[in-house]
Ligand binder design. Structure first.
Ligand code: SPD
Length: 317
């Protein structure tokens, strides 16, 4: 295992050196972190910094990871886990809209939704914009992420925390999925961090097979699937594995400017065909006017924007 990322900031009294997330050697050849640049918060990966000018306003080692809240001029307040960018107030919609709406607009039914991770509340917020959602379980492993997101990043979760359809469990999402009844959800969404540390088990066959098992017929699975540039091997392996498990899976490409390379992907899977590619018009019409990024047109282009070499590599499997 190699140390693969670090947050580097202006000197902060609360900074800890522990909690650096380790990435499997197959994912990275990270070099040692450079000296901190005062006034900057960086995620460092593979010789490149992805940073914002700003300051750390809270930082603590939880039972699972180092949780950092920052304030930046460009994107407002934000969250890092083990030195990796997760979200920020004025950028989060790129990520959450792309993860949620292809699944929620494509599934046959959307009464019961499961979100694994997603402790900042942004994914639940976007799901709950769909009036057809009757019950949403969110299982987040780290209570500190929820607590600090509610305290420092309230706009990201919005009204989700008090929505009567929303049911939060602070616990292990992998165990939740393993113990859930067959065909108990219409949509399963994984909003985890990178496949190292507490999120490592969210990318393997056993986990995906349980997600497949607990989906009702006509259901859709969605997960963030890393960067096709910075984490290409993980991205490709994830899509291939989901195709094997579900039968149909396709990556959608977009941007999260503060993530490594800025170029990101989300992958959707279903058993009865690529239904996530065809938004149901009535659901799309209800949510699109409130979106900053997502629309049926954007989604279509984002699925089609698969890089040629990745398309060849996926087809060759
Ligand atoms: N490299 C960062 C991947 C983070 C994915 N989850 C972000 C959480 C936003 N709700």
């Amino acid at each position: 295992m190699v140390s693969w990322r670090a947050v580097v900031t202006a000197p902060q009294p609360a900074m800890r050196k522990s909690g650096m997330r380790n990435r499997p050697p197959s994912m990275s050849a990270s070099s040692a972190a450079p000296a901190p640049t005062p006034g900057w918060i960086d995620e460092i990966f593979d010789g490149v910094r992805y940073g914002l000018a700003g300051r750390v306003i809270a930082e603590q080692q939880s039972a699972f990871q180092r949780v950092t809240i920052i304030d930046s001029a460009r994107y407002g307040k934000g969250l890092l886990l083990d030195g990796c960018w997760m979200t920020a107030e004025r950028q989060e919609r790129h990520y959450h809209e792309a993860l949620v709406h292809p699944a929620l607009c494509g599934a046959e039914r959307i009464e019961r939704v499961l979100v694994i991770g997603g402790g900042d509340g942004g994914t639940a917020r976007e799901c709950l914009r769909h009036a057809g959602v009757q019950h949403l379980d969110m299982v987040e492993i780290d209570g500190l992420v929820v607590e600090w997101s509610q305290q420092h990043l309230p706009s990201i979760g919005g009204g989700c925390w008090s929505d009567p359809r929303f049911h939060l469990t602070v616990g292990d999402g992998i165990a939740w999925v393993a113990n859930a009844a067959d065909a108990s959800y219409d949509v399963v969404i994984v909003d985890g961090s990178d496949p190292a540390g507490p999120a490592e088990g969210l990318f393997n066959r056993a986990f995906f097979e349980h997600c497949h098992r607990i989906l009702r017929p006509g259901g859709v699975f969605a997960t963030q699937s890393e960067s096709p540039e910075a984490f290409r091997a993980v991205h490709i392996d994830t899509v291939k594995l989901l195709r094997q498990v579900f039968g149909h899976a396709d990556p959608l490409y977009g941007w999260v400017p503060m993530y490594p390379s800025g170029w990101w992907s989300w992958t959707f899977a279903a058993t009865d065909g690529p239904r996530y590619r065809q938004p149901k018009p009535e659901r799309a019409a209800a949510v699109a006017p409130g979106c900053e990024i997502w629309s049926p047109r954007w989604q279509n282009g984002a699925f089609e924007a698969i890089p040629a070499a990745i398309e060849r590599e996926l087809a060759a499997s």
